[in-house]
Design a protein around this ligand. Sequence first.
Ligand SMILES: NC(=O)c1ccc[n+]([C@@H]2O[C@H](COP(=O)([O-])OP(=O)(O)OC[C@H]3O[C@@H](n4cnc5c(N)ncnc54)[C@H](OP(=O)(O)O)[C@@H]3O)[C@@H](O)[C@H]2O)c1
Length: 269
Amino acid sequence: MEYTLITGASGGIGEALAHGLAARKHNLVLVARSADKLRELHRILTDKYKTDVKFIAADLSKPDAPRQLFDETQKQGLEISMLINNAGIGSSGEFTDIDLNAELSLLQLNITSMVHLSHLYLAKMKKKRKGTLINIASMTAFMPVPYMATYAASKVFVRSFTEALTQEYKPYGIQVMLLSPGLTRTNFNEAAGLNSEKGNALSSDYSNAPTQTPEEVATETLSALDKKKHFHISGSKNRWGMRLLALLPNRMITGFMADSYRKKINQNL
Ligand SMILES: NC(=O)c1ccc[n+]([C@@H]2O[C@H](COP(=O)([O-])OP(=O)(O)OC[C@H]3O[C@@H](n4cnc5c(N)ncnc54)[C@H](OP(=O)(O)O)[C@@H]3O)[C@@H](O)[C@H]2O)c1
């Protein structure tokens, strides 16, 4: 039986995608660290949509976790025809003030595990000559972001990697899509330490910047998928913002952002 595997399905955009896909009768494999949240979501989706839903608790910031996850789906005989690499975390603040292990863990999750899972499941899809891969980037995939340097750079990787795979796997009938959400009201800011003055200083505070709900992002993602798109920025304001930013040199954007951040948090250097 075919399944869609969603990483980071226990909340936010991943959870909203799980609802949207279950409503379309996709069988699902839900992955995140929080087994309790996954169990509860599994119960809700199974009751509501009557699809087959499995869940596997895994910490994808651990180097062996993607391989173990792949082996587990193989052992259970689940054919993953769609993979959504959605799990991701952020970080914020001056680079050397952020715990180094946290930054390395972010890279392991946002980049290495995404590459690892893509490699394992795309090889299977290639043999079948069908399948779908969706990687979740961010608006930060389009520019360097001072005081969110590592997170933003990780999403640049996601973008570059995904856009290249799109072309490599076209001949096999595999749809590879990059989805870049803008500010979305999830637990992301809290987990990244951005629900404080740092969020405000980086203009990524949910209370004073344009945002979308995770459900809106999921609806746009599925619609982009239906249209066979390879690239989608969710939110019309984000799409317009990106067009305008593309006209400016990066050094101007980063200089402005860094000055504004320092002013807003009254950093005396
Ligand atoms: N929210 C935004 O404003 C925004 C904007 C642009 C891009 N994005 C991107 O959208 C994606 C989803 O984020 P979100 O906004 O939905 O954030 P979220 O609400 O914090 O959800 C993150 C999901 O990833 C899981 N996760 C975190 N660390 C993990 C790990 N080590 N191993 C396995 N799963 C892990 C979390 O579950 P557990 O804690 O249970 O593991 C959760 O299910 C991320 O890639 C993020 O970079 C978000």
